[in-house]
Write a protein that binds this ligand. Sequence first.
Ligand code: 1GP
Length: 252
Amino acid sequence: MNRTGKILTYLEDVHQRRGAGYLVLIDPDGMNDQILEERVAAINESDVDAILVGGSLMMDGKNHERTVLIKKYAKIPVIFFPGGVAQLNGHYDAILFMSVLSGRNPHYLIGEQVIAAPIIKDLGIETIATGYLLLDGNAQSTVEFMSGTRPIPMSRPDITVAHALAAQYLGMQMVYLEAGSGATIPVSDDNVEQVCSHVHIPVIVGGGLREPEMAAKKVAAGASFIVTGTIIEEKGDEKLLREFSSAIHWRK
Ligand code: 1GP
């Protein structure tokens, strides 16, 4: 059975061709609907490879409507970055089918996934199995609270490597190194480097990346994909998006 779907094939191609890929996260929570079209248009024009949509907490009931709008405006794949099964809908091109492997909360290791699986099958969405590792980025992040898990200490790349290897041996197709949205300390170069030298699956790095140079360092350390969310929400201009794109796509 071929486990590689259309979107994973596309992402692998981006990785090969461009050196690394750039994913911009739109958190639909509290998103000002008036600027959504403008935001997606800026992303479309800035050489971004895909849009991630999701967040750990939704404070209103408009998540599905916003996904429809994002999908309508986007000229690149729109991928679900799930904060929970309640945010699942049929408008995504693919889903990062994640397990919070860094934690020991069974609900986020396998509970949510079991609830989501039959719905995903019914909707026919491509899944990309992803081991999600939360590191301590000093973010007091929503994901830490909502998942009820302890992050891996940033100073323990050995623990991060062990988790990343476990993700690979469990058959995960990607591993996500996360410092938490708005982290003051992004995933360290050392963690990225050590994980990338031990696993052969693509490594996504996100959380607290506020400058293109920071993203370039993670790519130099071996990251296959970079995610930015907060900085684009704060300063969503095309210029900054393009600077990130150019710093991440090192193979010109
Ligand atoms: C969060 O890794 C993403 O899951 C993005 O983090 O919002 O800090 O860019 P930021």
